[in-house]
Design a protein around this ligand. Structure first.
Ligand code: SAM
Ligand code: SF4
Ligand code: F3S
Length: 441
């Protein structure tokens, strides 16, 4: 009889990709997915460690599972992801309800770990072994089958920004072999993907023996059924000219670049160990805009990094005004265990909250303004799904805006022209203007 697995995912898109791949893997040993906790024989929590409370969130979630199974047979409890990597032995000691802890570079061992598990011996698999992981996973078909599919091409980070845990939880930078990625993209296209989102903690640092992200985009572009290509998250230092040139040469790369800057002050960038300046960033921006002025930028910001004075914060606001980022993320600095910034003197909480409110107002105002500008315009939308209530369709514009409109589910996977009627900060609402749109095989 099939075993049932409940998978819950916190964190970034790479975790989402990993959760899908874990599911492709455990299916081989007879597990099928359930959306109901109480049905599960196996409960898997894929965790994120990027900001505080991550660890507590995990124990809180385990508490919930314990409650649900109080009067039932306990499921096999597996913790994967970045908290698993950072806290492995400590987790097993603190919460005996956890059975297996498996780090992000050890997912190729998950089936053996499950099959070999006995109650007397908890399992801790947290070696960094990205090569074996991807070699193993490339032999198992990616069954994502989604119109917009994630594809991890690069893992880990060697940059060691002083605030960030990723180099510790995901290990050193590793780029998957070029052909392995192209094969996976073809396979995703055969299963219905129309958009590929290439992923990496430092996606534009991708380098397989001299083959860079630019080469990969231009190769994936040759797959007929793929209509759109995106990549995330990139680092300004790796925004090399060959990648910038892609915006001249590619017909399928989308006109939105997510390029985190974190702060508008060179002093803070230096304290953060970002290894780039505001001038470097603006140079990239200018080069891109010279190629195509309609390309937009989005970014990540950290508010209240230790040492941030009012004048540094003002510089961030000035930069936001200048670039008019869309869809940006802003976070209060959160000290992370083991990082250089962990022990630095923190800024007063009331100042942090004030600054967050201010930056978010400015970012959100930009977003609202840009969305409003689209009212009564016709834009191209890739239809991804039905809305949760199944009454309408959901898709994304070239700039990743969520777009909602009436239509039947046969249109999923098509690119339509949608006339936008109403907008708010997060969503555009409209109706179908034309079904043909761009030709998608
Ligand atoms: N590699 C990307 C880059 O270089 O910008 C960032 C990847 S990180 C997973 C995503 C975002 O989380 C970062 O851009 C940063 O804004 C935020 N972040 C990371 N560590 C943080 C911390 N300690 N406190 C607050 N935000 C943090
Ligand atoms: Fe973290 Fe990105 Fe810096 Fe790497 S480059 S340490 S992932 S913020
Ligand atoms: Fe979180 Fe790890 Fe991604 S810390 S943001 S799940 S790389």
């Amino acid at each position: 009889m099939d075993q049932k697995i409940f998978i819950k995912t916190f964190g970034c898109q790479m975790n989402e990709y990993d959760s899908n791949r874990i599911y492709d893997t455990v299916k081989k040993i007879g597990y099928i997915k359930t959306n109901k906790y109480e049905e599960a024989n196996c409960y898997l929590l894929n965790t994120c460690h990027i900001r505080d409370k991550a660890k507590e969130k995990v124990y809180h979630e385990i508490g919930r599972v314990k409650k649900i199974f109080r009067s039932k047979k306990k499921p096999l409890v597996i913790i994967t992801g970045c908290v698993a990597q950072a806290e492995h032995q400590e987790m097993l000691k603190r919460e005996p309800y956890i059975d297996l802890v498996i780090g992000p570079q050890a997912y190729h061992k998950i089936n053996d770990s499950i099959l070999n598990y006995t109650e007397k011996k908890k399992i801790d698999e947290t070696d960094f072994d990205a090569v074996s992981k991807f070699e193993y996973l490339s032999r198992i078909k990616n069954r994502s089958g989604k119109t917009s599919s994630f594809l991890t091409i690069q893992e880990g980070c060697d940059k060691f920004c002083h605030f960030c845990v990723v180099p510790y939880t995901r290990g050193p930078e590793y780029s998957r072999p070029f052909n392995q990625i192209v094969d996976e993209a073809k396979n995703l296209a055969d299963q219905g993907a129309k958009e590929i989102i290439l992923l990496g903690q430092n996606v534009n640092a991708y380098n397989d023996d001299g083959l860079r992200l630019s080469n990969l985009i231009l190769e994936i572009e040759k797959i007929n059924k793929i209509a759109r290509i995106r990549y995330t998250t990139s680092h300004p230092r790796d925004m090399t000219d060959d990648l910038i040139e892609v915006y001249k040469n590619s017909k399928k790369i989308m006109p939105l670049i997510h390029l985190p800057i974190q702060s508008g002050s060179d002093k803070i960038l230096n304290l953060m160990n970002r290894k780039h300046t505001i001038k470097d960033y603006l140079k990239i921006y200018d080069k891109i805009k010279m190629i195509n002025p309609s390309i937009e930028f989005s970014s990540d910001f950290i508010v209240g990094y230790p040492g941030e004075e009012e004048k540094d914060f003002e510089k961030t606001l000035e930069l936001i005004n200048k670039i008019e980022f869309i869809n940006s993320y802003s976070f209060i600095f959160s000290p992370r265990p083991g990082t250089v910034a962990e022990k630095l003197k923190q800024i007063d909480k009331s100042i942090l909250l004030k600054r967050l409110k201010k930056i978010q107002k400015q970012l959100f105002d930009n977003q609202i303004k840009k969305n409003k500008f689209l009212e009564n315009k016709i834009i191209e939308v890739l239809v991804e799904n039905q809305t949760d209530d199944k009454l309408r369709l959901f898709g994304r514009s070239e700039y990743m805006n969520s777009v909602i409109f009436d239509g039947n589910k046969e249109l999923i996977g098509k690119i339509l022209k949608i006339r936008i009627e109403k907008t708010n900060q997060h969503t555009l609402f409209g109706h179908i203007h034309q079904i043909t749109g761009k030709k998608v095989a």
